[in-house]
Every structure is written in structure tokens, then in C-alpha cells.
Design a protein around this ligand. Structure first.
Ligand SMILES: [Zn+2]
Length: 462
């Protein structure tokens, strides 16, 4: 592994990669990425809800790709890592909902709603008005009696054709100052009978507690075995979630599928592409790399939690985790994000600098996002960090116009730019997997809650 020293020197001086790394990185193909994303985000897969047939089709595709690269299976059923699990599904028995718009009642039957966040909510006697003007894209907010306000918020959303109200809600979180809206049931309303404009909208709602449904939580996992006799027993987990939020349940017209092209077919495609490039290298990295496609991320990192609860390799042997999320759009965070990559919690571990150096060697600016720390909690990496494992998520930016909207489609991604970013990520992973020293947490206050955890033990939720 002497040439690693060379790499470090090269980054500072000539900013070039070792020849065999460069060869692997050069093979990253925009067309290959487009192929993966266009299948994973196709209408056939119906938004890859956990659980669903579309998600199962995606899992089968991922396994077939891993098989094609000749990877070692790391699941308990071939490439499938399966765990008996439970999910919460909406219970619409006894559902009652009414919007009162400028004094006129509009009953909303269960067939005209999609319950996104299935939490129970009782009839609200004190509805709160937020919608005025055009009602499309409006969020109507309700809360229960004052004493219990923090626990009894509900949100009804009247989406515009892009589903943008939902996007706004999940992305920018404009309702944080309202009573505990993050724990509220969220209901999309699709009714053809509502007026187009309103001065005042009130909401009353009765929604049962969700039902628990047993399911098989299925991740897809494969290993590129390390080449160093000792370090090959140490794993870098490269991960991306292959699930998304499914489809709208109502029976109206229009696009009802959340295709999840950027979130996170883009990261899943990155996972596949990087796995193939590293699998085909004549000299494998010193450490082993475990490629993990997770399910259930959108419902609270369920697949990753299942993986960590029954890991295929000892948790103490996992040296680091890097997740790939949201890599395909360049119209992000209100600007044009080309040739740029960001790492959540970039100061938190020694890996941040590796990404910055790899960016220099591959012509990508690796920058610190203004919401660098806030987004550390928003992806699968946090579940690894809570087990004491140094972890990050890499993205090119965070919020894009169709985030969790029905127009997050595969033909809106910038594949040549995505390929450039994935070259940087591949180079960084090669550096991390070849370094004799495992990644370390930075000794800063923000990491104390992760540093204090014995590797493998779960810490409390931050
Ligand atoms: Zn995501």
C-alpha cells in the first residue's frame, strides 16, 4: 500500500490519482447511470414504496446487477438481507374529513385522500386557517384542544400539479414553529369539487391510529473483498436507499406516481456504478467494501435499522459508512449546482478532508453546505453514527424543485454532471478503503454524542 503515500503527495502537488484508480474512475459512465435511474424511477415500479411490488422489482434488479459484477453476496438469502419487520399503514376505517371553505362545507371522502404520514388524529374543534387566495398548493393546518396542542396537529394539503405543497412541507419545513407539525398526520387532498380560490379554509378531521403490518424488510447487500489479509476483515459500508414514497392513493386524474428519480434512484445508481467500477479493478482496495441498498428510508431509516440490528458482518468491523443521496439534479437550493459536491457533517470525521482532496484530484469542488449539520440527521448515515461508526451522506445539494413531488422523473437529471461527481466519490472511497488508518471522528463538540458510543452499541437519538 505504499502508493497511498504517493496519493497524498499527489493530491497536494500534482493533484492526480494513482494510475489504476484513474482507470477505474474514467470508466464511470453517464449512460450507465441513466440506464439504472430510468429503470428504477420508471412508472412500472410505482414509486418504490416500502413494502410494495415495485420495491421488490427494484430489489431484484439490484441483485441482478451485483450478480453481473461478480460480487460476493452479503445477505441471508443471496444478496437479499431480509428481516421480519413491521410497518405502520393508514387505517381509513371511520375516516371523516371536512374542509370548510369560506363558510361552505366540503366533505372529503377517503377515496379522495392519500395519507402520507399515518398518525392518528381526533376531530378538531379549533381548526386553524392558513389558506387564502389560490387554494392549489395550500396547506391547511388544524390542531386540537389547547392543552394537547403539541401532540394533535394535522395537516391537509391541497397539492398543485407538481405536488409542490408536499415538497415544501418536507423540504423547507416552514411549519416548524407550529405545534409539533413534524409529528402530524399529513393528508393530501385530491378533490375536483373544491373552489379554485378561498379567503378562509378550516379543517376538521378524524383519523384512526395506523395499523401495524408485518412485512419482510429487504435490503440488498454485496461485498468487494479487500486485498489486504488483515484489513479485508474491515468494512467500509457504501449505501443508498432504493425505496421512495410510492403513489397517491386517490382515484383522480393526473400523475399519481412519485418516481423518486433524484431521491434516491440517483444514489442507488451511484452505488451500482461504483460497485461495478471497483469490482472490475485488477487490484482491489485493502479493506472490504460492503455495498448496501436500503429500503424503508423514507419511513424512518427502517432498512438501515434492520441492517444494524442483524448485521451480516460484526458491527465492530465496520470502519465507516458513506451514503449517496440526491446526486442527479443541478437545479438545487435555488441555484445551479454543477461540478459541486457536499458532504453532510463535513467537519465531523477525517473523511471530509478525503472528499475535499479527491475533489481536487478529479476537478470537483467539495463544499460545506450552509445546512451541513442539519442534514446530517436526514439520511441513513445517522443510524450508523448513532452506533459510533463514522458516517456521512454525499449529495450535490439538498433541496430541488420536485423534491418528494410527482415530477421527480429520470429525464430531469443531469447525467454527465452526475458521472463527474461519482468519479470524485469513487476516488474518495478508494482512498478511505486503502488507508491503513480507519476514519476517525473529529474531536469537536458536535461529534461528542457519536464519539462516546462503543462501536456497535446504539446511542440515544440525537
Ligand atoms: Zn432520500
Amino acid at each position: 500500500m505504499r502508493w497511498l503515500v504517493g496519493f497524498t503527495a499527489c493530491v497536494c502537488a500534482a493533484q492526480t490519482l494513482p494510475l489504476d484508480w484513474q482507470a477505474a474512475v474514467n470508466q464511470v459512465s453517464a449512460d450507465s447511470l441513466k440506464g439504472h435511474v430510468s429503470f428504477l424511477a420508471s412508472d412500472l415500479l410505482e414509486g418504490r414504496m416500502t413494502p410494495s411490488r415495485g420495491l421488490d422489482l427494484a430489489a431484484e434488479y439490484l441483485a441482478s446487477q451485483f450478480r453481473r459484477y461478480g460480487l460476493e453476496a452479503a445477505g441471508n438469502r443471496g444478496y437479499f438481507h431480509e428481516t421480519a419487520w413491521k410497518v405502520h399503514v393508514p387505517d381509513l376505517s371511520g375516516f371523516a374529513m371536512e374542509l370548510v371553505i369560506d363558510g361552505k362545507p366540503y366533505p372529503i371522502p377517503a377515496g379522495e385522500v392519500t395519507v402520507i404520514s399515518p398518525r392518528g388524529f381526533q376531530y378538531s374543534s379549533e381548526p386553524v386557517v392558513t389558506g387564502t387566495g389560490d387554494i392549489a398548493g395550500k396547506v391547511v393546518f388544524a390542531r386540537g384542544p389547547a392543552a394537547a396542542q403539541r401532540r394533535t396537529a394535522a395537516l391537509a394539503i391541497i397539492p398543485d400539479p407538481n405536488g409542490r405543497a408536499y415538497s415544501m412541507l418536507s423540504g423547507a419545513r416552514p411549519f416548524q414553529n407550529k405545534p409539533d407539525a413534524s409529528r402530524a398526520p399529513v393528508i393530501l387532498v385530491h378533490s375536483n369539487t373544491l373552489p379554485e380560490k378561498a379567503e378562509e379554509i378550516k379543517l376538521t378531521l378524524r383519523l384512526a391510529e395506523p395499523r401495524e403490518q408485518p412485512m419482510v424488510m429487504r435490503n440488498v447487500a454485496a461485498i468487494v473483498r479487500g486485498s489486504d489479509p488483515d484489513l479485508s476483515r474491515s468494512y467500509i459500508v457504501a449505501a443508498a436507499h432504493y425505496d421512495h414514497i410510492g403513489r397517491l392513493r386517490h382515484s383522480g386524474r393526473g400523475d399519481r406516481l412519485f418516481n423518486g428519480a433524484n431521491d434516491d434512484a440517483s444514489g442507488t445508481a451511484a452505488l451500482l456504478e461504483i460497485a461495478e467500477r471497483i469490482a472490475r479493478m485488477p487490484q482491489k482496495p485493502a479493506r472490504s467494501i460492503l455495498f448496501l441498498a436500503t429500503s424503508g428510508e423514507e419511513q424512518g431509516l427502517l432498512g438501515t435499522r434492520a441492517f444494524l440490528s442483524q448485521p451480516p458482518v460484526p458491527l465492530e468491523s465496520i470502519a465507516a459508512n458513506v451514503c449517496f443521496e440526491v446526486l442527479g439534479r443541478t437545479d438545487m437550493d435555488g441555484g445551479l449546482h454543477e461540478g459541486k459536491l457536499t458532504v453532510t457533517g463535513i467537519d465531523f470525521t477525517s473523511m471530509g478532508q478525503v472528499f475535499i482532496d479527491s475533489g481536487k484530484a478529479t476537478g470537483i469542488e467539495v463544499y460545506k453546505h450552509p445546512q451541513n449539520e442539519a442534514f446530517y440527521n436526514r439520511s441513513d448515515n445517522i443510524a450508523f453514527a448513532q452506533r459510533g461508526i463514522p458516517a456521512h451522506t454525499v449529495s450535490n445539494a439538498f433541496i430541488y424543485p420536485d423534491y418528494h413531488g410527482v415530477r421527480d422523473e429520470w429525464d430531469r437529471l443531469n447525467y454527465p454532471n452526475m458521472a463527474r461527481l461519482i468519479r470524485t466519490i469513487t476516488a474518495a472511497l478508494l482512498q478511505i478503503a486503502n488507508d491503513r488508518e480507519a476514519p476517525r471522528w473529529a474531536e469537536i463538540p458536535a461529534t461528542s454524542r457519536y464519539r462516546g458510543v462503543t462501536r456497535g452499541q446504539a446511542s440515544s437519538t440525537p
